[in-house]
Design a binder for this molecule. Structure first.
Ligand code: NAP
Length: 329
């Protein structure tokens, strides 16, 4: 028997419970691991509350991201053996392969060997954030030295990864946050400029900073009415990435800016990389090299014990965090 987190109905953090269950052995192509730490992603809370791309079948497991040691491997698995230290780089389905708990069984293609200099907590905070930022900014956009990039929800784990990835290639990260409380932290974490959206004129500030040109990229996980300011702050030929749905309000299409400045509005899901082995390999190399050079360094907002999983989800939805929330097992 293993302690795993499951939910038996859709709802708030309180629907999460720890159940003792028999976790089956790995099937062909799968790896079964002892989990040491798991990283929270906003998608987990959205899945729990029935607002995600995938709908749960009850009782449902959840969670994309974990680090631990391999316990056993299924048929046809190559490259992993019992005892290896590994992290998940996001599983294809939370319901089927959810990693919250003492044991996780995931496809071998969703695993990467854990660089030895990372703690378990850090290793559970790497892959979703950096692969998402790398995929949109480097793989799709070739972000380069001198490019200005707007990063809404910059204090999120993906936002901080985007700041670090931008700096690594010499681009200029402009971090957006809603209130003044995270300004100083975002500057310390590498944002060249920080803007508070509730009390600053985003478009005027971006135009001042970019000497009237506008930014090349906006990397937005929020949506809603602020995308009109983001498109107004983009340069001619710029790209607005939409990669999340943190905002609850309808998202307008600012079509005047879109056609007059030849903008691209591009959706992005990290699974774009997961299903393309060559692109995924390049992504892993980029992240591993960045971790080794310490130019990419996961920021941990707070850690919780597995027994505090409900509190961990409450904390995430309070939006007080700066960086990744990690649960140790
Ligand atoms: N497309 C993909 O493949 C992919 C992969 C990973 C993550 N994501 C998405 O990336 C986003 C960040 O994920 P995460 O797990 O890193 O999140 P997180 O750490 O939980 O980020 C939360 C932060 O976002 C900001 N925020 C929350 N609600 C907001 C709103 N309504 N308007 C503006 N800002 C808001 C808050 O910062 P302030 O209070 O400072 O504003 C908050 O601290 C999520 O939308 C997630 O679904 C997408």
């Amino acid at each position: 028997m293993a302690r795993v987190v499951r939910f038996h109905r859709i709802g708030g953090p309180e629907v999460l419970q720890i159940d003792d269950v028999v976790v089956p052995p790995p099937l062909a192509g799968e790896v079964r691991s002892n989990v040491k730490a798991l990283g929270l992603n906003r998608a987990d809370a959205m899945f729990r509350s029935g607002q995600y791309l995938e709908q749960p079948t009850f009782p449902s497991r959840l969670g994309y991201e974990a680090a631990g040691t391999v316990e056993s491997v299924g048929r046809d698995v190559q490259g992993f053996t019992p005892g290896d230290a590994v992290s998940t780089i996001a599983v294809p389905s939370q319901g089927r392969y959810g990693v919250y708990g003492e044991i996780a069984v995931v496809p071998a293609t969703s695993l990467v060997k854990h660089p030895p200099f990372l703690s378990w907590t850090e290793a559970a905070a790497v892959w979703m954030a950096y692969l998402t930022a790398y995929g949109a900014l480097i793989d799709v956009s070739n972000l380069a030295s001198g490019d200005f990039i707007l990063i809404p929800a910059a204090s999120s784990s993906v936002g901080i990864a985007a700041i670090q990835v931008a700096r690594l290639v010499g681009a200029v990260p402009i971090a957006l946050t809603r209130t003044d409380s995270k300004r100083e932290a975002l500057s310390r974490l590498g944002a060249e400029f920080v803007m508070t959206t509730e009390n600053q004129d985003l478009v005027a500030e971006v135009m001042r900073i970019t000497k009237g040109q506008g930014a090349r990229i906006a990397f937005d996980p929020v949506g809603g009415p602020t995308i009109a300011s983001l498109t107004a702050a983009l340069a001619r030929g710029g790209t607005l990435f939409l990669y999340g749905a943190l905002g609850a309000e309808p998202t307008p299409l600012p079509h005047l800016d879109v056609f007059s400045k030849a903008l691209t509005i591009r959706g992005y899901l990290v699974f774009e990389l997961m299903f393309d082995p060559a692109r995924l390999e390049r992504a892993k190399q980029f992240v591993l090299e960045g971790l080794t050079s310490r130019q990419l360094k996961p920021v941990i907002a707070k850690t919780f014990a597995l027994s505090e999983i409900v509190e961990a989800h409450r904390y995430q939805e309070s939006n007080r965090q700066i960086g990744k929330i990690v649960v140790t097992v």
